[in-house]
Design a protein around this ligand. Structure first.
Ligand code: FE2
Length: 379
C-alpha cells in the first residue's frame, strides 16, 4: 500500500491491493471518523461544513497497517481512516453510466422469475430473523415478494407491514377492501380486469410499498400478475432510445378525484431518473392518467408512440409473472418499480383481498440492519 499527496495537498492518491483512488482534502476532512467530527454513539456528524476551513489541505499522510493517518492544515488535526473504508467509498471513476442505469442491488426480471419468486412462509419470517432478512433481500433486489401460510383473518396484512415497517394510511384508510362493490369509488373494487399499473401515481410521494393479502379466492379468474417496470423501461430504451428519453424527460400528470373531499394531483415522469441517469421510478396507470400538458407540441406524437409502446411491453406475457393467491397468502411490491395487475373474475365463488400501503425505506432499513446484526454476507 502507498499513499502520497497530490496537487499541493489538495488531494491524496491511495494505492491498495484493491485498487487506487484519489480523495480530495475537503472530502476527507468532512468524512473524518474521529469523535469530534462524528458522534461515536449514533454515528451522526457533529460539525457542519462551515466549521471546516475552506482552504483545508492535507499536510501529511502516513500509513500504519490498515490505517491511513491524515494531517489536515490549517487545523493541524490528524485523523485515522481505515483504508478499506476509503476504498469502499471511492468516487474516483471516469466511466459515465448510460441513462437508465441501475445499481448492483437491483436485478431486473421477466416471466422467467416465475420459478425463483422471493417466497417465504409467513410464520417462518415472523420468527426467524435470518429467514426474514433473506426474504427482505429478495424484495429489495426484485421489487417483489410473496408470503404463504399466513392467518386467514381480517387485518392480517398489517402483520406483514409489521415485519419491516409501518403502514402508510391514506384516504382509502389504514387498509382497504378489494372486492366487488356496488357503485365502487375505484375500479379496483369491481370484477373488471385491470391493466398492470403502479398504485396511486397521483400521490406525492407515492406509497412505495403495496401489500395485497388474500382472504377468499374461490371465484373463477382473478389471478394476480406482476411486471418489472424497470425491465420494461430497459426494453423500451433498447428498442427506442428517443422514446425512453421522452418518457423520462417530460412529466405526465395523474389525478384522482373519485370520492368526496379528495382531489389528488401529481406531475411526474412515467420513467423517473435521478440527475445522474439512475433509473429510480416507474409510474404507469391508465385509470388515473390526467391530460398531459407538459410535452411540447412538436414532441407529443412521439411521446404518445413511446407511451403506447411502453404499454405494449408491459402487456407482453413474456414480461409477467402470474399467480393465484390462496387465502392466507399475500404479496408485496415496490410500487415505484413493479406493476401489478389482476385478471377479470366472475361467476360463483368469492374474491376478497385486503390491501395497504407502506414504504420501501423500511424494507431496506430492516434488511440492512438484519444483515449487519446477523453478520450475513450482503447480497
Ligand atoms: Fe392496484
Amino acid at each position: 500500500m502507498q499513499a502520497k499527496l497530490i496537487d499541493g495537498g489538495e488531494a491524496i492518491a491511495l494505492s491498495t491491493p484493491d485498487g487506487t483512488a484519489r480523495f480530495h482534502a475537503i472530502w476527507l476532512r468532512d468524512n473524518a471518523p474521529d469523535a469530534d467530527t462524528r458522534d461515536p454513539g449514533n454515528g451522526q456528524r457533529l460539525i457542519a461544513l462551515r466549521d471546516v476551513p475552506a482552504d483545508t489541505k492535507v499536510e501529511e499522510v502516513a500509513l500504519d497497517g490498515e490505517v491511513l493517518h491524515v494531517t489536515f492544515a490549517p487545523e493541524g488535526k490528524t485523523v485515522g481512516f481505515q483504508t478499506r473504508w476509503l476504498m469502499e467509498h471511492s468516487y474516483d471513476r471516469d466511466d459515465v453510466a448510460a441513462r437508465g442505469w441501475t445499481g448492483e442491488a437491483v436485478e431486473t426480471w421477466d416471466s422467467r422469475l416465475m420459478t425463483a419468486i422471493p417466497l417465504a412462509d409467513f410464520n417462518q419470517v415472523s420468527q426467524d430473523r435470518e429467514a426474514l432478512a433473506r426474504w427482505l433481500g429478495g424484495v429489495t433486489r426484485y421489487g417483489f415478494g410473496k408470503l404463504t401460510g399466513g392467518p386467514v383473518e381480517e387485518g392480517a396484512l398489517l402483520k406483514v407491514a409489521d415485519l419491516f415497517g409501518y403502514v402508510r394510511e391514506t384516504n382509502y384508510g389504514k387498509f382497504f377492501e378489494v372486492r366487488t362493490e356496488v357503485n365502487p369509488t375505484n375500479l379496483a373494487y369491481t370484477g373488471l380486469g385491470l391493466q398492470a399499473h403502479t398504485d396511486n401515481p397521483y400521490r406525492d410521494p407515492v406509497p412505495t410499498v403495496q401489500i395485497l393479502y388474500c382472504l377468499e379466492n374461490s371465484a373463477t379468474g382473478g389471478e394476480n400478475m406482476v411486471v418489472d417496470g424497470f425491465a420494461c423501461a430497459e426494453r423500451l430504451r433498447a428498442e427506442n432510445p428517443r422514446g425512453f428519453d421522452l418518457l423520462s424527460q417530460y412529466c405526465a400528470k395523474f389525478e384522482y378525484a373519485g370520492s368526496d373531499g379528495v382531489c389528488l394531483r401529481s406531475r411526474r415522469p412515467m420513467i423517473e431518473l435521478a440527475p445522474d441517469g439512475e433509473l429510480i421510478g416507474v409510474r404507469f396507470n391508465n385509470r388515473s392518467a390526467a391530460a398531459i400538458t407538459d410535452v411540447p407540441y412538436d414532441d407529443m406524437a412521439d411521446y404518445y408512440a413511446a407511451y403506447r409502446r411502453l404499454g405494449e411491453i408491459i402487456d407482453d406475457p413474456a414480461m409477467e409473472v402470474t399467480f393465484k393467491l390462496s387465502p392466507g397468502e399475500s404479496f408485496i411490491v415496490d410500487n415505484t418499480r413493479v406493476l401489478h395487475a389482476r385478471k377479470g373474475y366472475s361467476g360463483s365463488g368469492s374474491r376478497w383481498l385486503q390491501g395497504c400501503y407502506a414504504d420501501m425505506d423500511g424494507v431496506r432499513s430492516t434488511h440492512a440492519a438484519l444483515v449487519q446484526e446477523l453478520g450475513m454476507a450482503a447480497e
